[in-house]
Write a protein of this length. Structure first.
Length: 202
């Protein structure tokens, strides 16, 4: 029963990716995809997209892609109305919705376009000069444009805000891979195309 449900989800995901390939096959020469998975963060998503638009000015062509949960359908229609063709976006079908599937779809899009990828959170905020801004996006992406495979953002947090990340995930990664990640669950990453390709084929 569980295997059948998994197979159905895999088939549905593959069908969705086929639709994405046919829908966006005319896109060419994209240097970087800025992907924003979202649920229904209408209040903050518009600001994140504006920041993404003003970032990475040195890249010839960037594509901003918003991939959402069915709960965010009205959010997506408002985003498309506000930004028009500057942003592409689609909703993942029920049964393959959620942040994981949205990120996977964004990665497949970056793979299709043979581009690097920057993943942002839809609920990041800017307040009084603190928080996300376009230079911040440039700083996370630059290592990937200069021969690194991946860059992971690190946030200043209250000590009790991310207990699992600091007490479990970070030590496990440190032990298994001999690298220190202070904030492994930040949700904000830059990934080089070759690594995107590896992630999508595994």
């Amino acid at each position: 029963m569980e295997q059948k449900r998994f197979d159905n989800r895999k088939m549905l995901f593959n069908e969705t990716m086929e639709w994405i390939r046919s829908e966006y096959q005319d896109l060419k020469d994209i240097d970087v995809v800025i992907g924003i998975p979202f649920y229904n963060e209408e209040d903050t998503l518009k600001n994140i997209i504006s920041i993404a638009k003003n970032s990475l000015k040195t890249k010839n062509r960037k594509l901003i892609a918003c991939v959402g949960d069915p709960a965010g359908e009205s959010t997506l229609s408002k985003i498309k109305e506000f930004f028009g063709d500057e942003v592409i976006g689609f909703i993942m079908p029920t049964n393959i919705n959620g942040r994981g599937y949205s990120i996977r779809a964004i990665m497949e899009l970056a793979r299709l376009l043979k581009s690097d990828l920057v993943l942002l959170e839809a609920d990041l905020e800017s307040n009084k000069g603190m928080g996300i801004n376009s230079q911040w996006v440039d700083r996370i992406a630059n290592p990937v444009f200069n021969d690194y495979d991946m860059a992971v953002a690190c946030f200043q947090r209250h000590p009790f805000e991310d207990i699992i990340g600091s007490l479990l995930v970070s030590p496990v990664i440190s032990t298994l891979y001999r690298m220190k990640l202070k904030d492994p669950l930040s949700g904000v990453f830059a990934i080089a195309h070759d690594l995107v390709e590896d992630f999508c084929t595994e």
